[in-house]
Design a protein around this ligand. Structure first.
Ligand code: ATP
Length: 298
């Protein structure tokens, strides 16, 4: 059973088609990044998953259940900045929520620990930094020991240290078996934190793939002299069609671990290799192509 499955999910706001026929699948135990520029339809999709708004068409299953009573019992969510009492401490705020949700109060200190907020848990919420507020929001989402976490832009507005903390916490939660669906407009963030990614633009899911696949497609840059001799060695090794180069520079579409063998073959044939360098694929370019270049990637 996949923790999240949508089939042709769509939402129109009057004339605006905010989400169009989105069919996405989040698999058990993964961190899934829902990536897209601002206004792409991420929040609208997440709100539909959580029953906050009703889809215009299409269907949703969360942890195997369609929307209905109790379908979110094992789901924690952080969406649209959680509401806390500013004059209460972080811990007291969580106690209020735990009591309301019928969760044992002992769980409060556990979740404070998970989000590394124990040291400041006695301070008033109003004195918290944005990063601490966000972590308290995550703690609240964890109270029910969710199997699935849905997080809308969890690092939005955080400073680099706060972002890094949040990433570590999310990865730890996933390592402990929680499935995570998070939205982000930051390619670099999704790359660091997620196993798979769904790319949404103008309301449409334009790609759903693993981060490893997004990263695949790098090239090996080889600079070797003399050119003709280098080309014939490389052609013999890789097949002529895969060896394109000019003026002693070759950009080879090979696996990264073939570099040593290629170097040895060239040097063994008396070719002088002055550069051998793995070049990562340009993810930003790939993302812009997928999204039609509609927005900037930070
Ligand atoms: N309640 C609403 N009424 C009318 N239009 C809306 C409403 N909510 C969202 N939209 C529109 O739907 C589109 C998608 O918005 P959404 O908030 O889902 O995008 P997003 O990908 O989450 O972007 P952001 O990161 O900027 O929030 C936008 O054009 C937005 O203006």
């Amino acid at each position: 059973m996949n923790p999240v499955e949508t089939i042709k999910l769509a939402k129109n706001f009057d004339e605006v088609a905010a989400v169009r026929d989105v069919s996405l699948t989040v698999r058990p135990g993964e961190v899934y990044g829902f990536l897209g520029p601002n206004g792409a339809g991420k929040t609208t999709t997440l709100r539909m998953l959580l029953g906050l708004i009703r889809p215009t068409s299409g269907s949703v299953r969360i942890l195997g259940k369609p929307p209905g009573p109790g379908y979110l019992d094992k789901v924690g969510a952080l969406i649209e900045g959680p509401a806390f009492y500013p004059y209460l401490s972080g811990r007291k705020n969580l106690v209020v929520l735990a009591d309301h949700a019928g969760v044992a109060r002992s769980r409060v200190d556990e979740v404070l620990d998970v989000v590394s907020l124990s040291g400041r848990a006695g301070d008033r919420y109003s004195t918290y930094s944005l990063g601490m507020k966000q972590r308290l929001g995550l703690a609240a989402a964890l109270l029910k020991e969710p199997e699935l976490l849905i997080l809308d832009e969890p690092t939005n507005g955080l400073d680099p240290a706060g972002m890094a903390d949040m990433r570590v916490t999310i990865r730890e939660l996933a390592a402990n078996g929680c499935t995570v669906l998070l939205s982000s407009h930051l390619l670099a963030e999704v790359e660091q934190i997620c196993d798979r990614v769904g790319v949404i633009t103008r309301g449409e899911l334009v790609a759903e793939t693993t981060v490893a696949q997004l990263r695949a497609g790098g090239t090996l840059r080889v600079v070797a002299h003399p050119f003709d001799q280098a080309r014939s060695v490389l052609s013999a090794l890789l097949g002529g069609g895969r060896v394109l180069g000019s003026e002693s520079v070759f950009d080879l579409e090979v696996e990264q671990d073939q570099a040593a063998k290629i170097n040895a073959e060239l040097v063994g044939a008396g070719v002088e290799v002055s550069e051998l360098r793995w070049r990562e694929p340009d993810l930003e370019q790939a993302f812009l192509e997928l999204t039609g270049g509609v927005s900037h990637v930070d």
